[in-house]
Design a protein around this ligand. Structure first.
Ligand code: TUI
Length: 315
Protein backbone atom coordinates (compact mmCIF):
# COMPACT_ATOMS: atom_id res chain seq x y z
CA UNK A 1 0.00 0.00 0.00
CA UNK A 2 1.17 3.52 -0.85
CA UNK A 3 4.04 2.31 -3.01
CA UNK A 4 4.80 5.10 -5.47
CA UNK A 5 7.44 5.86 -8.08
CA UNK A 6 9.46 7.48 -5.27
CA UNK A 7 9.87 4.03 -3.71
CA UNK A 8 11.29 2.67 -6.98
CA UNK A 9 13.45 5.74 -7.58
CA UNK A 10 15.05 5.61 -4.13
CA UNK A 11 14.77 1.87 -3.49
CA UNK A 12 12.73 2.34 -0.31
CA UNK A 13 9.58 0.73 1.13
CA UNK A 14 7.47 3.77 2.04
CA UNK A 15 7.53 7.14 0.20
CA UNK A 16 8.54 9.03 3.34
CA UNK A 17 11.75 11.08 3.41
CA UNK A 18 13.19 12.57 6.57
CA UNK A 19 13.94 16.28 6.49
CA UNK A 20 17.61 17.32 6.42
CA UNK A 21 17.60 19.22 9.68
CA UNK A 22 20.93 20.79 10.69
CA UNK A 23 22.39 19.40 13.98
CA UNK A 24 19.32 17.14 14.39
CA UNK A 25 19.57 14.87 11.36
CA UNK A 26 22.65 12.89 12.37
CA UNK A 27 23.61 9.36 11.33
CA UNK A 28 21.49 7.96 14.19
CA UNK A 29 18.25 9.53 12.97
CA UNK A 30 18.96 8.89 9.30
CA UNK A 31 19.75 5.21 9.90
CA UNK A 32 16.64 4.77 12.06
CA UNK A 33 14.37 6.23 9.37
CA UNK A 34 16.02 4.14 6.64
CA UNK A 35 15.82 0.99 8.77
CA UNK A 36 12.11 1.74 9.20
CA UNK A 37 11.58 1.71 5.42
CA UNK A 38 11.72 5.45 4.70
CA UNK A 39 14.65 7.49 3.44
CA UNK A 40 16.84 8.78 6.25
CA UNK A 41 18.86 11.88 5.49
CA UNK A 42 22.08 13.08 7.12
CA UNK A 43 22.11 16.88 7.26
CA UNK A 44 25.33 18.66 6.42
CA UNK A 45 24.01 22.00 7.71
CA UNK A 46 26.95 24.31 8.34
CA UNK A 47 29.27 21.46 9.36
CA UNK A 48 32.81 21.13 7.98
CA UNK A 49 33.31 18.40 5.38
CA UNK A 50 35.23 16.09 7.78
CA UNK A 51 32.23 15.96 10.14
CA UNK A 52 29.87 15.22 7.26
CA UNK A 53 32.15 12.40 6.11
CA UNK A 54 32.21 10.96 9.64
CA UNK A 55 28.41 11.01 9.72
CA UNK A 56 28.15 9.26 6.35
CA UNK A 57 30.52 6.55 7.55
CA UNK A 58 28.54 6.15 10.77
CA UNK A 59 25.22 5.95 8.92
CA UNK A 60 26.69 3.15 6.77
CA UNK A 61 27.60 1.29 9.96
CA UNK A 62 24.06 1.68 11.31
CA UNK A 63 22.08 0.72 8.21
CA UNK A 64 22.37 -1.36 5.03
CA UNK A 65 19.48 0.56 3.50
CA UNK A 66 19.76 3.59 1.21
CA UNK A 67 20.02 6.99 2.86
CA UNK A 68 20.66 10.52 1.65
CA UNK A 69 22.66 13.58 2.54
CA UNK A 70 21.13 17.07 2.64
CA UNK A 71 23.47 19.82 1.55
CA UNK A 72 22.62 23.29 2.80
CA UNK A 73 23.64 25.70 0.09
CA UNK A 74 24.38 28.63 2.42
CA UNK A 75 27.06 26.58 4.21
CA UNK A 76 30.53 28.15 4.29
CA UNK A 77 31.87 24.63 3.57
CA UNK A 78 29.56 23.85 0.67
CA UNK A 79 32.26 23.06 -1.94
CA UNK A 80 34.14 20.65 0.37
CA UNK A 81 30.88 19.03 1.49
CA UNK A 82 29.86 18.37 -2.13
CA UNK A 83 33.30 16.87 -2.71
CA UNK A 84 32.85 14.47 0.23
CA UNK A 85 29.36 13.45 -0.94
CA UNK A 86 30.88 12.72 -4.37
CA UNK A 87 33.79 10.73 -2.94
CA UNK A 88 31.45 8.73 -0.71
CA UNK A 89 28.99 8.22 -3.57
CA UNK A 90 25.96 8.89 -1.40
CA UNK A 91 23.02 7.57 -3.39
CA UNK A 92 20.57 10.43 -2.72
CA UNK A 93 21.29 14.13 -2.32
CA UNK A 94 18.67 16.62 -1.18
CA UNK A 95 19.51 20.32 -1.15
CA UNK A 96 18.12 23.32 0.70
CA UNK A 97 18.28 27.09 0.99
CA UNK A 98 19.51 27.83 -2.50
CA UNK A 99 20.21 26.77 -6.07
CA UNK A 100 22.21 23.52 -6.42
CA UNK A 101 22.57 24.03 -10.20
CA UNK A 102 26.34 24.39 -10.24
CA UNK A 103 26.84 21.01 -8.47
CA UNK A 104 24.35 18.93 -10.43
CA UNK A 105 26.61 17.65 -13.24
CA UNK A 106 29.37 16.78 -10.76
CA UNK A 107 27.01 14.78 -8.51
CA UNK A 108 25.41 13.05 -11.46
CA UNK A 109 28.84 11.71 -12.49
CA UNK A 110 28.52 8.84 -10.00
CA UNK A 111 24.75 8.51 -10.37
CA UNK A 112 23.44 10.45 -7.38
CA UNK A 113 19.69 10.94 -7.32
CA UNK A 114 19.31 14.69 -6.85
CA UNK A 115 16.25 16.08 -5.11
CA UNK A 116 16.31 19.84 -4.46
CA UNK A 117 13.97 21.42 -1.93
CA UNK A 118 12.19 24.36 -3.56
CA UNK A 119 9.68 26.97 -2.39
CA UNK A 120 7.97 27.79 -5.71
CA UNK A 121 6.77 26.47 -9.08
CA UNK A 122 9.33 28.58 -10.97
CA UNK A 123 12.16 27.03 -8.99
CA UNK A 124 10.67 23.55 -9.43
CA UNK A 125 10.66 23.99 -13.21
CA UNK A 126 14.21 25.31 -13.21
CA UNK A 127 15.37 22.31 -11.17
CA UNK A 128 13.60 19.91 -13.51
CA UNK A 129 15.39 21.46 -16.47
CA UNK A 130 18.70 21.20 -14.60
CA UNK A 131 18.26 17.42 -14.39
CA UNK A 132 16.75 16.76 -10.94
CA UNK A 133 15.33 13.28 -10.37
CA UNK A 134 12.48 14.58 -8.20
CA UNK A 135 11.73 17.74 -6.27
CA UNK A 136 10.64 18.41 -2.74
CA UNK A 137 8.24 21.35 -2.61
CA UNK A 138 8.21 22.81 0.85
CA UNK A 139 5.36 24.91 2.18
CA UNK A 140 5.77 27.74 4.64
CA UNK A 141 4.37 25.49 7.40
CA UNK A 142 7.81 23.88 7.61
CA UNK A 143 10.38 24.59 10.30
CA UNK A 144 13.69 26.37 9.72
CA UNK A 145 14.36 28.39 6.58
CA UNK A 146 11.08 28.75 4.65
CA UNK A 147 9.40 30.11 1.55
CA UNK A 148 6.07 31.92 1.37
CA UNK A 149 3.56 29.54 -0.20
CA UNK A 150 1.54 27.02 1.78
CA UNK A 151 1.84 23.30 1.13
CA UNK A 152 -1.85 23.20 0.18
CA UNK A 153 -1.36 25.76 -2.61
CA UNK A 154 2.16 24.86 -3.72
CA UNK A 155 1.94 21.07 -4.11
CA UNK A 156 -0.84 20.86 -6.74
CA UNK A 157 0.60 23.78 -8.73
CA UNK A 158 4.05 22.19 -8.76
CA UNK A 159 2.67 18.71 -9.50
CA UNK A 160 0.94 19.93 -12.66
CA UNK A 161 3.94 21.98 -13.79
CA UNK A 162 6.70 19.37 -13.83
CA UNK A 163 6.90 15.77 -15.00
CA UNK A 164 9.38 14.55 -12.38
CA UNK A 165 7.83 13.29 -9.13
CA UNK A 166 6.93 15.87 -6.50
CA UNK A 167 7.44 15.25 -2.80
CA UNK A 168 5.41 17.42 -0.41
CA UNK A 169 6.92 18.98 2.70
CA UNK A 170 5.75 21.37 5.40
CA UNK A 171 2.96 20.64 7.87
CA UNK A 172 2.89 16.85 7.49
CA UNK A 173 3.15 14.65 10.57
CA UNK A 174 0.47 11.98 10.40
CA UNK A 175 -1.50 9.73 8.06
CA UNK A 176 -4.05 12.41 7.26
CA UNK A 177 -1.35 14.81 6.09
CA UNK A 178 0.38 12.04 4.15
CA UNK A 179 -2.82 11.09 2.32
CA UNK A 180 -3.68 14.76 1.71
CA UNK A 181 -0.27 15.27 0.10
CA UNK A 182 -0.88 12.32 -2.24
CA UNK A 183 -4.31 13.78 -3.07
CA UNK A 184 -2.64 17.05 -4.03
CA UNK A 185 -0.47 15.23 -6.54
CA UNK A 186 2.62 14.41 -4.50
CA UNK A 187 4.24 10.97 -4.83
CA UNK A 188 5.75 11.14 -1.38
CA UNK A 189 6.32 13.33 1.65
CA UNK A 190 9.25 14.80 3.53
CA UNK A 191 8.76 14.95 7.28
CA UNK A 192 10.92 16.89 9.74
CA UNK A 193 9.26 17.99 12.98
CA UNK A 194 7.65 14.58 13.70
CA UNK A 195 11.05 12.86 13.42
CA UNK A 196 12.66 15.30 15.86
CA UNK A 197 10.37 13.71 18.44
CA UNK A 198 11.71 10.21 17.84
CA UNK A 199 13.62 8.16 20.37
CA UNK A 200 16.57 7.80 17.98
CA UNK A 201 16.94 11.56 17.35
CA UNK A 202 19.94 12.91 19.27
CA UNK A 203 18.35 16.32 20.00
CA UNK A 204 18.33 17.19 23.71
CA UNK A 205 15.27 15.97 25.55
CA UNK A 206 14.35 19.56 26.47
CA UNK A 207 14.11 20.35 22.71
CA UNK A 208 11.84 17.36 22.09
CA UNK A 209 9.67 18.17 25.12
CA UNK A 210 9.24 21.76 23.96
CA UNK A 211 7.88 20.42 20.64
CA UNK A 212 5.59 17.98 22.43
CA UNK A 213 4.16 20.82 24.54
CA UNK A 214 3.84 23.27 21.63
CA UNK A 215 0.42 24.40 20.39
CA UNK A 216 -0.73 25.39 16.92
CA UNK A 217 0.45 29.04 17.13
CA UNK A 218 3.80 28.51 18.84
CA UNK A 219 5.95 28.16 15.71
CA UNK A 220 6.57 31.72 14.52
CA UNK A 221 8.64 33.34 11.78
CA UNK A 222 11.78 35.34 12.58
CA UNK A 223 14.25 37.16 10.34
CA UNK A 224 11.70 38.05 7.65
CA UNK A 225 13.55 41.33 7.14
CA UNK A 226 16.76 39.48 6.14
CA UNK A 227 15.15 37.69 3.20
CA UNK A 228 15.97 34.41 4.99
CA UNK A 229 12.90 33.86 7.18
CA UNK A 230 13.21 31.08 9.74
CA UNK A 231 10.38 29.32 11.60
CA UNK A 232 11.10 28.57 15.26
CA UNK A 233 9.21 27.96 18.48
CA UNK A 234 8.54 31.12 20.43
CA UNK A 235 10.82 31.51 23.46
CA UNK A 236 12.72 34.26 25.31
CA UNK A 237 15.31 34.61 22.52
CA UNK A 238 12.66 34.81 19.79
CA UNK A 239 10.59 37.41 21.64
CA UNK A 240 13.69 39.61 22.02
CA UNK A 241 14.63 39.05 18.38
CA UNK A 242 11.16 39.96 17.10
CA UNK A 243 11.15 43.11 19.23
CA UNK A 244 14.53 44.16 17.80
CA UNK A 245 13.36 43.41 14.25
CA UNK A 246 10.38 45.68 14.85
CA UNK A 247 12.76 48.45 15.81
CA UNK A 248 14.60 47.99 12.52
CA UNK A 249 17.80 46.26 13.64
CA UNK A 250 20.35 45.77 10.82
CA UNK A 251 20.66 42.56 8.83
CA UNK A 252 24.19 41.81 9.91
CA UNK A 253 23.38 42.32 13.56
CA UNK A 254 20.35 40.05 13.24
CA UNK A 255 22.37 37.29 11.60
CA UNK A 256 25.02 37.62 14.30
CA UNK A 257 22.36 37.20 16.98
CA UNK A 258 21.20 33.97 15.33
CA UNK A 259 24.66 32.43 14.96
CA UNK A 260 25.17 29.26 17.00
CA UNK A 261 21.66 29.40 18.45
CA UNK A 262 20.40 26.18 16.85
CA UNK A 263 23.33 24.22 18.27
CA UNK A 264 22.80 25.39 21.84
CA UNK A 265 19.13 24.41 21.65
CA UNK A 266 19.70 20.99 20.04
CA UNK A 267 22.85 19.92 21.89
CA UNK A 268 22.79 21.78 25.20
CA UNK A 269 19.00 21.83 25.59
CA UNK A 270 19.08 25.60 26.08
CA UNK A 271 15.56 26.12 24.79
CA UNK A 272 15.13 29.67 26.10
CA UNK A 273 18.26 31.29 24.61
CA UNK A 274 18.53 28.98 21.60
CA UNK A 275 16.73 28.59 18.30
CA UNK A 276 14.17 25.77 18.52
CA UNK A 277 13.38 25.29 14.84
CA UNK A 278 10.07 23.50 14.24
CA UNK A 279 7.15 23.50 11.83
CA UNK A 280 3.55 24.58 12.42
CA UNK A 281 2.57 20.94 12.85
CA UNK A 282 4.45 20.84 16.18
CA UNK A 283 1.04 21.24 17.85
CA UNK A 284 0.07 17.80 16.54
CA UNK A 285 3.15 16.05 17.88
CA UNK A 286 2.39 14.79 21.36
CA UNK A 287 4.85 12.01 22.05
CA UNK A 288 8.37 10.72 21.45
CA UNK A 289 8.38 7.38 19.65
CA UNK A 290 10.72 5.13 17.66
CA UNK A 291 10.97 5.96 13.93
CA UNK A 292 9.62 2.55 13.04
CA UNK A 293 6.42 3.27 14.98
CA UNK A 294 6.14 6.78 13.55
CA UNK A 295 6.29 5.46 9.98
CA UNK A 296 4.03 2.45 10.50
CA UNK A 297 1.44 4.62 12.29
CA UNK A 298 1.43 7.16 9.44
CA UNK A 299 0.83 4.40 6.88
CA UNK A 300 -1.84 2.77 9.05
CA UNK A 301 -3.63 6.08 9.65
CA UNK A 302 -3.54 6.88 5.94
CA UNK A 303 -5.03 3.50 5.18
CA UNK A 304 -7.82 4.03 7.73
CA UNK A 305 -8.45 7.52 6.44
CA UNK A 306 -8.75 6.23 2.89
CA UNK A 307 -11.36 3.68 4.03
CA UNK A 308 -13.28 6.40 5.88
CA UNK A 309 -13.35 8.55 2.76
CA UNK A 310 -14.48 5.58 0.71
CA UNK A 311 -17.40 5.03 3.07
CA UNK A 312 -18.50 8.63 2.48
CA UNK A 313 -19.05 7.83 -1.18
CA UNK A 314 -22.46 6.26 -0.59
CA UNK A 315 -23.79 9.15 1.51
O1 TUI B 1 16.65 24.69 3.74
C1 TUI B 1 15.62 24.51 4.32
N1 TUI B 1 15.49 24.68 5.66
C2 TUI B 1 16.48 25.12 6.48
S1 TUI B 1 18.07 25.48 6.03
C3 TUI B 1 18.42 25.96 7.56
S2 TUI B 1 19.98 26.59 8.02
C4 TUI B 1 19.68 28.26 7.89
N2 TUI B 1 19.59 28.94 9.02
C5 TUI B 1 19.39 30.26 8.98
C6 TUI B 1 19.23 30.95 7.78
C7 TUI B 1 19.25 30.24 6.64
C8 TUI B 1 19.48 28.87 6.68
C9 TUI B 1 17.35 25.82 8.36
N3 TUI B 1 16.29 25.33 7.74
N4 TUI B 1 14.52 24.09 3.68
C10 TUI B 1 14.52 23.95 2.27
C11 TUI B 1 14.20 25.24 1.64
N5 TUI B 1 14.87 25.73 0.66
N6 TUI B 1 13.22 26.06 2.00
C12 TUI B 1 13.27 27.13 1.14
C13 TUI B 1 14.33 26.91 0.32
C14 TUI B 1 14.83 27.70 -0.75
C15 TUI B 1 14.81 29.08 -0.68
C16 TUI B 1 15.35 29.83 -1.71
C17 TUI B 1 15.38 27.07 -1.86
C18 TUI B 1 15.89 27.82 -2.87
C19 TUI B 1 15.89 29.19 -2.80
O2 TUI B 1 16.41 29.87 -3.83
C20 TUI B 1 17.01 31.10 -3.65
C21 TUI B 1 17.82 31.37 -4.86
O3 TUI B 1 17.26 31.93 -5.80
O4 TUI B 1 18.98 30.95 -4.87
Amino acid sequence: MFKTEICDLLNIEAPILQGGMAWVATAELAAAVSNAGGLGVVAAGNAPAAIVEEQITKARELTDKPFGVNIMLLSPFIDEVVEVVHRQKVSVVTTGAGNPGKYMAYLKEYGAKIIPVVPSVAFAKRMERAGSDAIIVEGTEAGGHIGELTTMALVPQAAQSVSIPVIAAGGIADGRGFLAALSLGAKGVQIGTRFVCSTECIAHNAYKEMLVKAGDRDAVVTARSTGHPVRVLKNRFVKELLAMEKEGIGLEELEQLGAGKLRIAVQDGNIQDGSVMAGQIAGLVSDIRPCKEIISTILQEAHQQLNQLNMLKGE
